[in-house]
Design a protein around this ligand. Structure first.
Ligand code: SAM
Length: 242
């Protein structure tokens, strides 16, 4: 397997609008386990979200609703089945933060799967980032998981720019870091979770489409910096300009 360069010709099965809906639904639901094992968002919560939420709470000691202010708002762009936002909401609730979470995805099949996770503080909407931007909406934190490697160069620039325009605080895009060890370990580790889903084919294609840190930094340009927060992971970070 040649992983020296990104294989951008590969298309993931779940990106086919005519793919098997039952397998797609099973894939979106099982992302919950896969993301928990490999995506490292609990670590990103500790290093990025919690410090921001703590500073925000210190600056606004009266609870938002009592003070007539809206609570902190966090947006997950391309939320898929909604498991990442659900996990982050659990962590924030445990720390006593008052946060409103919105997950958006323009794919109605993903939106349908995510809607089952709606909770009093978590809302899902079938929309893309450009739509929210055109509406003039703004959030305190904007994030995504496993979206960047799906996009071509023009889409990536538009997506990154939308995310900066939508956030008045940090923007955090998490993705896979391409590499041999990631490929071999995923190929072995996904075996028990793969039956009935696209997880094996699409996961391996994702790794082959994904970036190394210096490639993503070059593709995104300023003001982005690219961190490597965990094995096989990248995190593109910038300050929003909403
Ligand atoms: C591989 S899925 C990732 C799903 C989820 N974030 C996860 O980690 O399991 C990528 C998702 O990004 C969505 N997407 C792509 N471009 C988008 C945009 N501009 N705005 C919102 N969602 C987008 C796609 O519809 C797709 O569901």
């Amino acid at each position: 397997m040649n992983l020296r360069e990104r294989d951008t010709d590969l298309r993931e099965l779940m990106d086919d609008p005519d793919c098997d809906p039952i397998r797609l639904d099973a894939t979106l639901r099982r992302f919950g386990i896969v993301n928990r094992l490999v995506s490292g968002w609990a670590g990103v919560y500790r290093t990025h979200l919690r410090p921001y939420l703590t500073a925000h709470r210190a600056a606004h000691p009266t609870p938002a609703r009592a003070a007539g202010r809206p609570p902190v708002r966090v947006l997950d762009i391309g939320c898929g089945g909604g498991d990442v936002i659900e996990r982050l909401a659990q962590l924030a609730r445990r720390d006593g933060f008052d946060v409103e979470w919105l997950g958006i995805d323009p794919d109605p099949r993903a939106h349908a799967a995510a809607s089952a996770r709606a909770w009093r503080d978590i809302t899902f909407r079938c929309a893309d980032s450009a739509t929210l931007r055109a509406e003039g909406d703004a959030f305190d934190i904007v994030l995504s998981n496993h979206v960047l490697h799906h996009l071509d160069t023009a889409q990536l620039q538009g997506f990154a720019d939308d995310s900066l325009a939508l956030s008045r605080g940090p923007v955090l895009h998490g993705d896979i870091r391409r590499g041999h060890r990631a490929y071999v370990l995923y190929a072995a580790g996904i075996t028990p979770l793969a039956p009935g889903t696209f997880l094996r084919t699409d996961g391996l294609r994702s790794i082959r489409r994904s970036y190394r840190a210096e490639e993503l930094a070059q593709e995104l340009g300023r003001p982005w910096r690219v961190e490597t927060p965990a094995p096989f992971r990248l995190l593109a970070v910038a300050a929003g300009r909403a």
